[in-house]
Design a protein around this ligand. Structure first.
Ligand SMILES: [Fe+2]
Ligand SMILES: [Fe+2]
Length: 273
């Protein structure tokens, strides 16, 4: 009997051309360009996540995990494709965006290839680290419907969809890693690399986009973005505790992200269609 996965692969059809305002996140340039910078990272990043897991596909004999790997690959490939479409939409408005995407993709692919030749388990551990960060970031977003509601369509649907699937498949790369390595020091080291890469690249391209749009000195936008992310009920503050839980030797991703109802958000997404 073939094992079934609990993960659902959804195929969205959104028309980004309907989106006129490139500051679609509360009309705020800092917040919108933060997500654009992340969107530049997603296609090559998710491509490396898939490749790092595929590298160890042959070592997995557990039928349920094998089925989950197939669904994980399908979900991440679709995420990359949708973010590529969003990046194309942005490139039609900011021509430099295309060049930024190409530079990021070349750098991520070169890093992956270098590590893959000698330390493929490190690449897998880096994927595990990113999967934890995307799952807790997705949870913190869906825990704040007021933030979700302030995002214009179809970007709201895109972010809900991506968040749902990141939460759904949060354990897959980790379970593969535990099967083929399970090393705690390597998992911690990989988290350090992943954080440095994520923060440096995201800030770098967010600043480039803001400078290109003449918005670097927009203090109102910066104040609102800081309040929403680092203020008393700030988005980044909510990430701290689940982020630190990764340091426990007994950590498993299934213990995190329990506060969000995937079914409820799926219904909400169907209403938005
Ligand atoms: Fe993804
Ligand atoms: Fe993911």
């Amino acid at each position: 009997m073939t094992a079934q996965t609990q993960l659902s692969v959804r195929t969205p059809r959104w028309n980004y051309e309907k989106l006129e305002n490139r500051f679609w996140f509360r009309g705020n340039p800092h917040l919108s360009h933060l997500i654009h910078a992340l969107s530049f990272l997603f296609p090559p990043g998710e491509e490396t996540f898939v490749r790092s897991v595929q590298r160890f596909r042959g070592a997995i004999s557990e039928p349920c995990l094998s089925a989950d790997i197939d669904a994980f690959i399908a979900q991440e490939s679709l995420h990359g494709a949708q973010h590529r479409r969003l990046n194309l939409w942005l490139s039609q408005r900011i021509p430099e965006a295309e060049q930024y995407c190409e530079a990021i993709a070349a750098s991520i692919r070169a890093d992956f290839k270098r590590v893959d030749q000698r330390f493929p388990k490190l690449n897998l551990a880096i994927t595990v680290a990113f999967e934890h960060m995307t799952a807790i970031a997705a949870t913190a977003l869906l825990e704040r419907p007021e933030i979700v509601d302030s995002i214009e369509e179809p970007l709201r649907s895109l972010l809900i969809w991506h968040a749902i699937e990141e939460i759904e498949h949060r354990s897959v790369a980790f379970d593969v890693y535990q099967t083929v390595s399970g090393s705690y020091p390597l998992r911690m080291l990989a988290m350090v690399f992943a954080c440095i890469m994520l923060v440096s690249q995201t800030l770098r391209y967010q600043m480039k986009l803001l400078a290109r749009d003449g918005q670097l000195g927009n203090w109102r936008s910066l104040r609102e973005a800081l309040h929403l992310t680092c203020g008393p009920n700030g988005y980044f503050r909510a990430l701290l505790k689940p982020f630190l839980s990764y340091g426990r030797a007994s950590f498993h991703p299934s213990q995190a992200c329990q506060s969000v109802s995937i079914e409820a958000w799926q219904r909400r997404m169907q209403e938005l269609d």
